[in-house]
Ligand binder design. Sequence first.
Ligand code: F6R
Ligand code: ZN
Length: 198
Amino acid sequence: MTLPTLPTLATIDPHHLTLTGSIRSERRLSDLEGVFEDEAARCAAVERDDPVVYRVFAVERGADESGALSFGLGVLQPGRVGDEYFMTKGHLHTRREAAEVYVGMAGRGIMLLEDHRDGRCRAVAFGPNDVVYVPGHTAHRTVNVGTEPLAYLGIYPSDAGHDYAAIASGNFRQRVVRTDDAPRVVERAARVVPGGAS
Ligand code: F6R
Ligand code: ZN
């Protein structure tokens, strides 16, 4: 029998927004091509200083460890590209039926949820102490609609896998824009495919 190599206890530092024993990854604006509507504004910001948009501090068990759970602290910075708030890339789980639980830690966010089977969309506002259940078959993306970093813990089956390609080809149907100083969820305008249907 293989002994577990990961600690039983991990601790979130609420001031520095980090997680003990985790592996840190980060995405800058240059990693988020095709995510924001205003691509010219994104490119200009990449040229300027290419800020870190979010970091994930992950504690992941092997995908082959049957029944195991992994978790990650997401820390999404405040900011905007054009009229859209900073957001994560968003994904479906590779194993489509894998669900996830998000627990809000700090800041003000909106989760965009989109069922890839029937296209049903929901936008869920969340913050500290809120628990969001992300069902299987549901693409999920977090948006920071506040002025402080948005932090949340995501807990998911270790064999869930992350599929970004499905989102990259079509993007989420809903997006969150700032209008009159407040976040508003709007439908994405239909895409015009050159020489084809929109
Ligand atoms: C894990 C999960 C979160 C995200 C994090 C970053 O299944 O949903 O930990 O990984 O919010 O977002 P993505 O992965 O879309 O870049
Ligand atoms: Zn996920």
